[in-house]
Design a protein around this ligand. Structure first.
Ligand code: C5P
Length: 395
């Protein structure tokens, strides 16, 4: 197996001295470290110490032309299997959350296509501050990994959470991250619609369909597992939000359309939702009475076609996937739909059986010049198979 290598960013905190032990700990486990030290970090540890322990050049300055000539900062950001930020200060995490790239460390974090592991270290109040907590939640939702912090006595004399994890614990987390299943969609943004929509007739009634949302949720989960940043725009379902997925709840097709607009841009769009094609023209504030005859002349107007709008959008994602639920001539309808909507792939399925609400699906993958019949399988398995295809597309 090729030797594993990490890029260690040492931030400006007293815990920086522990990162020197981390380099040694990793070397003992056969993992090489290449080191960047921030300006603040150099106040606590010297580049010479890090260079001696890592046996490699230590990088500190984005504008260092000699280093830039040897290895550009973009190349540096991709030269390792994993980026580790230890200590991860409140400042560096805030900048990474915002995509601010004013120095070598933050530029590297913005430019990398590799997973990032943060080992936070700071004063307990800084750690507990809503800004830091918000930033960490955002980084997690963007796919970052975390180890620590621990609780205990701090260098500043206060007591609480914020001590950087011990080098052995960080090394364990690094090994786990290096051995984890590959996440080929890291950094890719996905917007996916799922479930039914509800179109109100009056304050107590609505038009809807039997979609359970199971297939869409399973796909959202499978794509997240491959590292994608997934926004799931969901009609009413009884399902739990998959871990790591950002869910936006809507009821009507128009609300789904608006939520999709807000979630763009993205690399991948999947329209899995069973969007109601029509909605009642009037949606009065007063319940329609049986005696009034109001229901007998219920007028319907057409809903926006979300999938088509995404295909025609100025921010059209690179890969747009539609779903086609048919009860007859499935393949012919799917091919026609692919052309009509202008999407890249259609996942077609026959819903004449118990597909809606059931746990199994039989799908056909349809592109402009290929089709692939998939056998009947669990919706979760179909989701993994489709996610693998998407990852291959972006290879
Ligand atoms: O032919 P139909 O419009 O039902 O095609 C189904 C595909 O289009 C699905 O991917 C579905 O999510 C999407 N769709 C949509 N907006 C609509 C109707 C369907 O995005 N109003």
């Amino acid at each position: 197996m090729a030797q594993k290598r990490i890029l260690l960013i040492i931030g400006g905190g007293i815990a920086a001295y522990k990162s020197l032990f981390l380099i040694r700990e990793l070397a003992g486990r056969g993992i090489k470290s290449r080191v960047i030290i921030t300006k603040g970090g150099t106040q606590f540890v010297t580049p010479l110490s890090a260079a001696s322990l890592s046996g490699d050049t230590v990088y500190t300055d984005l504008w260092d032309l000699t280093a830039e000539a040897e290895m550009g900062h973009i190349e540096l950001s991709r030269s390792a299997d994993l980026i580790v930020v230890a200590p991860a200060t409140a400042d560096i995490m805030a900048k990474a959350t915002q995509g601010i790239a004013g120095d070598l460390a933050t530029t590297t974090l913005l430019a990398t296509d590799k997973p990032v592991l943060y080992a936070p270290a700071m004063n307990v109040r800084m750690y507990e501050h809503p800004a830091t907590q918000r930033n960490m939640a955002q980084l997690k939702s963007d796919g970052a990994l975390f180890v620590g912090p621990d609780a205990g006595e701090m260098a500043c004399g206060e007591f609480g959470e914020g001590r950087m994890a011990e080098p052995a614990a960080i090394a364990d987390a690094i090994e786990a991250a290096l051995n984890a299943a590959p996440r080929p969609l890291t950094g890719r943004r996905v917007v996916i619609t799922a479930g039914p929509t509800r179109e109100p007739i009056d304050p107590v009634r609505y038009l809807s369909n039997h979609s359970s949302g199971k297939q869409g949720y399973a796909i959202a989960e499978a794509l997240e597992e491959l590292g994608a940043h997934v926004t799931l725009i969901s009609g009413p379902t009884a399902l739990q939000t998959p871990d790591g997925v950002t869910r936006v709840d809507i009821e009507t097709a128009q609300q789904m359309m608006d939520a999709v607009e807000r979630a763009l841009p993205a690399d991948i769009f999947l329209g899995v939702a069973a969007v109601a094609d029509w909605r009642p023209a009037q949606n009065g504030k007063v319940k329609i009475k049986k005696s009034g005859g109001g229901a007998s002349d219920l007028k319907l107007v057409e809903n926006p076609d979300i999938l088509k709008s995404v295909c025609d959008h100025v921010k059209r994602p690179e890969l747009v996937i539609g779903f086609a639920a048919e009860t007859n001539d499935v393949l012919d309808h799917a091919k026609a739909k692919l052309a009509r909507k202008g999407c890249d792939w259609i996942m077609a399925n026959d819903v004449s059986g118990d597909v809606m609400g059931g746990d199994h699906n039989t799908m056909i993958w349809v592109t402009k010049d290929a089709t692939e019949m998939w056998p009947k399988m669990r919706k979760a398995d179909a989701a993994h198979r489709l996610s693998k295809k998407i990852a291959e597309y972006f290879e």
